[in-house]
Design a protein around this ligand. Structure first.
Ligand code: NZQ
Ligand code: ZN
Length: 401
């Protein structure tokens, strides 16, 4: 187990009927006027907006609404939010929505405090030195943004979907009421499940020797997601399943799962972000396609962990270590098929002639990955594997079929 520092300042309220706490929490922290950042319509149809606004009004927290944040949130929208926050003189930002809303709110919070173009904070031109206090009411569990310091934003004109991480971007308080997720579409629920799994995989397969506790912890999250997504596909309003998924999402990316590891691999995420930047594909959908392809490409770098994954998650105990590793990847893809996730870049509408540009785009800032460092040609090979459903079958990964 590596040495580690654990930092997480976010206070969480979890469970039914917890949204009412937001006004008091903000008031007690001295907030007078907040920018309420939200998406397009779901918070109105689910009743979340009414719950939030009545809590704010009840605690005399003034607020101005900034709606219309879309999935794969845009820099231009964030810039509008920064302008409005300054114009209105708000002293806090309140995110009410999913990861896209949280990420936009985080970058607005940092951007208000930074005089130059906010994109400087992504390119490394400038560091985040402060941000307005951030609060959140989560309506979609997937990204972990409710309890971490990360944000991902798309600069559409340059097709750059890039992330930032800062200790200033943790929400002070996040409220997670799983019952409001009952209205999520099947597609958003599946995408969320895949994203949670991917966060665990990025850490689990980073080549570190984190030890038994962290491996078991990751496997518990994986099993929880696999079990509960199936329940939710049958009954989207099953509260206990929503609650299990919601807490799994938070734990998967709130640093607790990173303890003692080497920081994660994150190549799958970076490779996916270029798909979303080119095609505005949902993050979880892109991950479902890239994850098995990435695994196929790299599993030989850490056969034992891939075999352990197969044993612990899918109960595969026969065959050589390599055969077990391969079978684990195949079973994961079967699971994605079973829950209706997309399986190929073609399913996502990606054009074959864009693969080279996407590969260049993915590596423009740095070499990707930790388990196996990936350059442009590696990324291209992974896109080619993911291109059609046959791609993986033709390769060594499934060649024993
Ligand atoms: O716009 P509205 O109408 O609100 O609809 C949203 C949106 O269409 C809908 N929705 C949200 N809550 C709902 C609901 N529909 C019904 N009932 C509810 N309770 O869901 C749709 C998707 O929302 P979005 O916020 O885009 O989804 P998600 O939470 O998956 O966020 C994805 C974004 O987060 C980034 C992704 O790259 C992507 O841009 N990520 C952020 C990370 C982080 N900050 O740590 C890490 C992740 O790996 C990821 O990269
Ligand atoms: Zn993710």
């Amino acid at each position: 187990m590596n040495n580690f520092t654990y930092y997480n300042p976010t206070k969480i309220y979890f469970g039914r009927d917890t949204i009412k706490n937001i006004g008091r929490e903000m008031r007690e922290r001295g907030v007078k006027k907040a920018l309420l950042v939200c998406g397009r319509q779901s918070i109105f149809s689910t009743g979340v907006y009414d719950q939030v606004s009545s809590s704010l009004i009840g605690w005399y927290v003034d607020f101005i609404r900034f709606s219309g944040v879309q999935p794969n949130p845009l820099l231009s929208k964030v810039e509008d939010g920064i302008r409005l926050a300054r114009q209105e003189g708000v002293d806090a930002i309140l995110a009410v929505g999913g990861g896209s809303v949280f990420d936009s709110a985080k970058v607005i919070a940092a951007g208000v405090e930074y005089e130059g173009p906010v994109w400087d904070l992504f390119t490394g031109q400038a560091r985040i030195k402060s941000a307005l206090p951030l609060f959140g009411v989560l309506t979609l569990s997937a990204t972990g943004s409710e309890m971490n310091g990360s944000a991902v934003i798309t600069k559409a004109d340059e097709k750059k979907k890039w992330g930032i991480v800062s200790r200033h971007l943790y929400p002070r308080v996040s409220i997670i009421d799983p019952s409001v997720q009952a209205w999520l579409t099947k597609r958003d629920t599946v995408n969320g499940a895949v994203d949670i799994l991917s966060h665990v995989f990025e850490l689990y397969f980073d080549g570190s020797k984190s030890g038994e506790l962290m491996q078991e912890y990751s496997e518990a999250i994986i099993r929880t997601v696999i079990k509960n997504i199936k329940i939710l596909l049958e009954n989207p309003a099953d509260y206990e399943a929503r609650a299990q998924m919601a807490w799994a999402a938070t734990l998967a990316l709130n640093n607790s799962n990173a303890a003692g590891r080497s920081g994660g691999d994150w190549a799958t995420h970076d490779i996916e972000h270029s798909i979303s930047a080119f095609y505005d594909v949902a993050h979880g959908a892109g991950l479902a396609v890239i994850t098995p392809a990435w695994m196929c490409y790299v599993y030989r770098e850490d056969l034992h962990t891939f075999a352990r994954f197969a044993q612990k998650i899918f109960g595969i105990n026969s065959g050589t270590v390599e055969e077990q590793a391969q079978e684990g990847i195949r079973q994961l893809r079967e699971f994605f098929r079973e829950i209706g996730a997309p399986l190929s870049l073609q399913d996502l509408g990606v054009e074959y002639q864009d693969l080279e540009n996407m590969a260049e785009n993915a590596v423009q800032a740095r070499t990707l990955g930790r388990l196996k460092p990936l350059q442009r040609d590696d990324v291209l090979a992974i896109y080619q594997l993911a291109w059609d459903q046959q791609g993986l079958n033709k390769r060594e990964c499934d060649s024993y079929d």
